[in-house]
Design a binder for this molecule. Structure first.
Ligand code: FES
Ligand code: FES
Length: 270
């Protein structure tokens, strides 16, 4: 299991530092980039007590609970770390400051000024989903690693590619750049929520199949969600309007015309 908070925005190391598009293009080979990035992540994880000093293993078990030796091994434990995150969280709503039942995190019903409620209920695909959310957690992380909705893809993780597109109140959002706490009380729709209960696909999904839209398919969920949002607002778009509607959804395979054909077909049949 991946420890989700390693990727949840806490002192993250920007990829731009290593990629060929970054400030030092061509300095590192790809394998060097991964080695350096890995070493820096591990050093940070050891610093905050999420990784044992003498291994490359995260301090977490498959049940999501820290192993029993954690507190004895390191004074900066996961428990203490999460407590400090809660106490210093300064984002999202401060309206509900209940620290109720933070499983594995808090023994006391104490409440720190400026903290944020972590146990929240999200409306996702028409269902109420209770979930424990860190103050700085992105919606993409919550959807993929806490709610198991892996149809939403993570690629750039910085709002550039559209792979993580979901609908929030029927408006497209890059979920990698949206704080989960900011969507409380709003309707979130992911690609998993488009299919009818009887298995009938959304017209955009069906059109993607009929037009052989995807190549590798990694960008497809984002393209689908943008197409769905477009047709909700403009059921009969021109090809140029469809192109505008999908703008921001990058496709490394270059299947843009296939996706446009799919949207135009979906508009015709729906
Ligand atoms: S992963 Fe969110 S925009 Fe690229
Ligand atoms: S189909 Fe491969 S990235 Fe779009």
């Amino acid at each position: 299991m991946i420890a989700p908070w390693r990727y949840s925005g806490i002192k993250r190391i920007p990829w731009s530092e290593f990629t060929t598009f970054g400030p030092n293009p061509g300095v590192f080979t790809e394998s060097e980039q991964f080695r350096i990035l890995g070493e820096r992540h591990r050093a940070y994880d050891r610093e905050i007590g999420l990784m044992a000093n003498d291994t490359h293993q995260d301090v977490i078990t498959d049940t999501g609970q820290p192993p029993v030796f954690e507190e004895a091994r390191d004074p900066v434990t996961r428990r203490a770390f999460i407590k400090s995150v809660i106490a210093t969280g300064a984002v999202a709503s401060t309206g509900g400051l209940m620290l109720v039942g933070l499983s594995g995190c808090s023994d006391e019903a104490t409440q720190a000024a400026g903290s944020v409620e972590r146990l929240v209920t999200l409306n996702v695909n028409g269902k109420s989903r209770p979930v424990d959310v860190l103050p700085n957690e992105t919606l993409a992380m919550t959807l993929r690693y806490k709610l198991g909705l892996t149809g939403t893809k993570l690629a750039c993780d910085r709002g550039e590619c559209g792979a993580c597109t979901v609908l929030v109140d029927d408006v497209t959002h890059n979920s990698c750049s949206t704080l989960t706490h900011s969507v409380r009380g709003r309707d979130v729709t992911t690609v998993e929520g488009l299919e009818q209960p009887d298995g009938t696909l959304h017209p955009v999904q069906q059109a993607m199949i009929d037009e052989l839209g995807p190549q590798c398919g990694f960008c497809t969920p984002g393209q689908v969600m943008s197409g769905v949002a477009l047709l909700k607002n403009n059921p009969n778009p021109s090809r140029e309007e469809a192109r505008q509607g999908l703008a921001g959804n990058l496709c490394r395979c270059g299947a843009y015309d296939h996706y446009l054909n799919s949207i135009m077909r979906a508009a015709r049949v729906s």
